[in-house]
Design a binder for this molecule. Structure first.
Ligand SMILES: Nc1ncnc2c1ncn2[C@@H]1O[C@H](COP(=O)(O)OP(=O)(O)OP(=O)(O)O)[C@@H](O)[C@H]1O
Ligand SMILES: [Mg+2]
Length: 426
C-alpha cells in the first residue's frame, strides 16, 4: 500500500516496518541523518523509527504487511533529545571521541549508536562504529564483534560492511566478557590507528545483574571512553557513581513504543545472517596433523597412541574397537569414537575422560586466523574423519589458514544456532 502524506515542519511520526519512504519534497531526519528530496529510506520489517520533519515535507510511504505510520503522543519519541546528545558529544573538545552506548535489551542502543554515527558523518567527521553485541547480527555475525568505518549514512547497521572482526565464540556475554573486552580494545586500537576522530561502541543488553554491571564498568576501565551514553536511569546511576570523573556519563531517554523482536524473530535474524554469509562458501579440506586448533579439548590436545593408555582403562573391547583418536589435554584424556556411546561404557570415570563421537564435531562455528593471527573469516565444521586425518570446513575464505578457533556455537543444517557450554567444546 502506498500513501502520500504531507507533514508540517517539526512534526514527528513513527514508521513501523517493512516500509519504504520516498521524500517527494522537503527534508526529514531519521536515525540522525537528514534526507532531502529524491532520497529513499527502507525500514526493515523488524524495525521501527521515529522521524522528524525539518521543513514542510511531502512523503510517499509504501507499507508492507503489518507496517504502519503512527503519530506519537508527546513524550513517546526521543528524537529531539537524541539529537541534542549527538550535538553535545560531537561538540566535545576531547579528541578522539570514544563513546560507549549501553542500556537494557530493546532500549535503542543499536539505533542511538547509528544515530550519533550518522550525525557525525554528516558533519564530515571520520568515524568508526564498533558493534560489541555478540548476540546479534547487526554488523557482523553473531558470536563476533566487528568494526566498520561508514562513509555514508545508514538506517540499520546491517547495511554496513565490517572491515575487521573478532570471533568470540559465544552469543551470551556472561560466559566470555573478558574476551569481549579484550577484542573490543583491539578493534578500538585499530580504529584509532586509522586516524578516526570518533569511535562509537555499541554493547549488548546484559545489564541486570552484579556480574553484568561489573562487565559494563570494566568496559570503562579498559576502553577508557570519553563518553558513556546510558539508556536507563538506574544504569546511569551506577556509571555516575563508579566511573572516573573524566568520563562524561550521559543519560539518554529510550523511545516509549518500539517494534520489539520475539525470541523466534531474533533466532530467525541470526540464521538469515549465517545463511547469507555462507551462501557462496565452499568446502575446504584440512589435515588434522597440520592445522592448529585453539579451543577444542580433542583437537588442541597432544595426540597419543590410544592403545597403551587404553590397556590401563577398564573399557569394553567393543568400545575400544570404536575409538578412532585419542589426545591428552592437560589432565584430560580425550577419546573420539565412531558410532553411539552407551552410558555404561563411560560412566565409571567421566571426570578424567572426555568421550565424544566423531559426529559431534559437525556444525561447530570456527574462526580462521591468518599467519598474523588476525581473524579473517568464519567456517563451519562439516566433518572430521580421524581415520583419514582430515577436517572439512565450509567457508567463503580461500586464503591461507594458520589456525582455527573453536567456539561454543553449533549450527544446524538450517543455520539455527545453539550454544554448548561446559568444560570442553569437544
Ligand atoms: N525512536 C524510535 N522510535 C520507535 N522505535 C524505535 C526507535 N528507535 C529504535 N526503535 C526500534 O526499537 C527496537 C529496539 O531498538 P534497537 O535495536 O536500537 O535497541 P537495542 O537496545 O539495540 O536492542 P537489543 O537489545 O535487541 O540489541 C528496534 O525495532 C528499533 O527499530
Ligand atoms: Mg542492539
Amino acid at each position: 500500500m502506498t500513501t502520500d502524506i504531507e507533514l508540517t515542519k517539526n512534526s514527528i511520526i513513527r514508521i513501523v516496518g517493512p516500509a519504504r519512504i520516498d521524500v517527494v519534497e522537503g527534508r526529514i531526519l531519521i536515525v540522525g541523518a537528514v534526507y532531502g528530496k529524491g532520497s529513499s529510506i527502507v525500514v526493515h520489517s523488524v524495525r521501527s523509527y521515529g522521524m522528524k520533519v525539518l521543513e514542510s515535507t511531502k512523503l510517499r510511504i509504501t507499507l508492507g504487511s503489518n507496517a504502519r505510520i503512527e503519530y506519537p503522543s508527546s513524550g513517546e519519541e526521543v528524537i529531539d533529545e537524541w539529537l541534542k546528545i549527538a550535538e553535545d558529544v560531537t561538540r566535545s573538545r576531547k579528541r578522539p571521541i570514544i563513546a560507549i552506548v549501553t542500556g537494557p535489551v530493546e532500549s535503542g542502543k543499536t539505533t542511538l549508536t547509528a544515530f550519533i554515527t550518522n550525525y557525525m558523518i554528516q558533519k564530515g567527521m571520520k568515524v568508526a562504529l564498533i558493534e560489541g553485541d555478540i548476540g546479534q547480527e547487526d554488523l557482523a555475525l553473531p558470536a563476533t564483534i566487528a568494526m566498520a568505518m561508514p562513509k555514508k549514512t545508514f538506517v540499520w547497521q546491517r547495511e554496513l560492511v565490517a572491515e575487521f572482526f573478532k570471533f568470540i565464540g559465544y552469543t551470551s556475554p556472561q560466559y566470555c566478557y573478558g574476551l569481549v573486552i579484550k577484542a573490543l580494545g583491539d578493534l578500538l586500537a585499530k580504529a584509532l590507528s586509522m586516524g578516526v576522530e570518533a569511535v562509537l561502541i555499541n554493547t549488548d543488553g546484559w545489564v541486570n545483574s552484579p556480574q553484568a554491571l561489573e562487565y559494563k564498568l570494566n568496559l570503562i576501565r579498559w576502553l577508557r571512553p570519553t563518553h558513556a551514553i546510558v539508556l536507563d536511569s538506574c544504569l546511569a546511576e551506577v556509571f555516575e557513581s563508579a566511573a572516573p570523573k573524566h568520563v562524561a556519563v550521559i543519560k539518554a531517554p529510550r523511545p516509549a513504543k518500539v517494534r520489539a523482536r520475539s525470541r523466534e524473530e531474533r533466532r530467525k535474524l541470526r540464521s538469515e545472517a549465517y545463511m547469507s554469509y555462507f551462501k557462496g562458501a565452499r568446502e575446504r579440506t584440512l589435515r588434522i596433523d597440520e592445522v592448529k586448533v585453539i579451543g577444542s579439548c580433542v583437537l588442541s590436545g597432544k595426540r597419543i597412541e590410544a592403545q597403551e593408555l587404553l590397556n590401563n582403562l577398564p573399557l569394553s573391547t567393543d568400545f575400544l574397537k570404536n575409538v578412532v583418536y585419542a589426545s591428552l589435554y592437560g589432565g584430560l584424556l580425550n577419546l573420539v569414537v565412531k558410532g553411539p556411546v552407551k552410558d555404561d561404557d563411560t560412566s565409571f570415570s567421566k571426570r578424567e575422560l572426555n568421550i565424544v563421537r566423531e559426529d559431534d564435531f559437525r556444525g561447530y562455528l570456527v574462526a580462521i586466523l591468518n599467519s598474523e593471527l588476525e581473524d579473517v573469516a568464519l567456517g563451519i565444521i562439516k566433518n572430521v574423519n580421524f581415520k583419514e586425518g582430515i577436517i572439512k570446513i565450509l567457508t567463503p575464505w580461500s586464503g591461507e589458514i594458520s589456525a582455527l578457533i573453536m567456539g561454543r556455537i553449533k549450527l544446524t543444517n538450517n543455520y539455527e544456532d545453539f550454544v554448548r557450554v561446559g568444560r570442553c567444546v569437544i
